[in-house]
Write a protein that binds this ligand. Structure first.
Ligand code: B12
Length: 230
């Protein structure tokens, strides 16, 4: 299986240098590369998420699968990506707050959190409040979070093929509750990237490949709250 970081362009060039720094155990260098690119105006924070961090970590997954890196290197890259994302987040441009909340989490049993964290950040940059729960949230707790946060949208991440069925159970739980039955639900992660039609088959309202696309999808499918007027 060839590298996923072939080709030319600002994003892929940066992704190769970022990944090398991570694999050499130099998180400060990796951070400085990304912060420097944002400050220089080369890429925005959501563009860094899309064109640098996501492909670089998919490449870590490929290298792990091919036995080219060990679990400790994957863990180092993931843990320190969280550290870097926390430092990029304040540098992002934001639009004015709207009145909408998204509950964002990975499904019960799913330990992957980096992708859904970046999706949640993109909603925050676009003016939403993101009620971000991290990984591994059981269905009943997604329902509870939707109720207490007054969510207009639930964004569910499922990262193993077997987790598509778990996502279906979460959608079902939301549709069963009288106060959450009309909340829009979007899904994402590996099974939906491979088979986007799966989203509809499990009862969700759509899927998107990343945070920027998720915000765009939400703007089309989530009804706007009534204006408060003056
Ligand atoms: C890091 C990692 C882990 C870490 C996660 C730690 C953490 N805090 O997140 C740990 C070590 C826990 C882990 C465990 C496992 N993992 Co893992 N992991 C990865 C890896 C290398 C990177 C994931 C990542 O962070 N990517 C970067 C983020 C930014 O990208 P992303 O996750 O794709 O998210 C983007 C999109 O998918 C999308 N998106 C995601 N969610 C949502 C939700 C919505 C609503 C929307 C719209 C969009 C969206 O937007 C995101 C931002 O752009 C991937 C490789 C890969 N190709 O993804 C494997 C991978 C996902 N893991 C894999 C496997 C097999 C496992 C394990 C089973 C390994 C094992 N034997 O124990 C366990 C399962 C644990 C569990 N129960 O969940 C396989 C899955 C294969 C499959 N067909 O199902 C992969 C693909 C590796 C591989 N090449 O084989 N893993």
């Amino acid at each position: 299986m060839p590298s996923l970081l072939e080709g030319e362009g600002v994003g892929v060039h940066l992704a190769r240098r970022y990944l090398l720094a991570m694999l050499e155990g130099d998180r400060s260098r990796a951070r400085d590369l990304l912060v420097g690119a944002v400050k220089a105006g080369d890429l925005t924070v959501p563009e860094i998420y899309r064109a640098v961090i996501r492909p670089a970590h998919a490449e870590v997954g490929r290298m792990w699968q091919m036995n080219e890196v060990g679990i400790s290197q994957e863990h180092y890259a993931t843990a320190n990506a969280e550290w870097i994302i926390a430092q990029l987040e304040p540098l992002a441009e934001r639009t004015a707050r709207n009145d909408m909340t998204v509950v964002a989490t990975s499904v019960g049993g799913d330990a992957h959190s980096l992708g859904i964290r970046m999706v949640a950040d993109c909603f925050e940059f676009a003016g939403w409040r993101a009620f971000f729960l991290g990984a591994n949230t059981p269905a009943r707790d997604v329902v509870e979070a939707s109720l207490i946060s007054g969510a207009s949208l639930v964004a569910l991440s499922a990262n193993l093929c077997s987790h598509a069925r778990t996502a279906r159970a979460v959608v079902h739980a939301l549709r069963q509750h009288p106060e959450t039955k009309d909340i829009r639900v979007i899904v994402g992660g590996l099974p939906f990237a491979v088979a986007p039609k799966l989203a509809e088959r499990i009862g969700a309202d759509g899927t998107a490949p990343d945070g920027l696309a998720a915000v765009e999808l939400a703007s089309r499918i989530v009804p706007r709250p009534p204006s408060r007027g003056v």
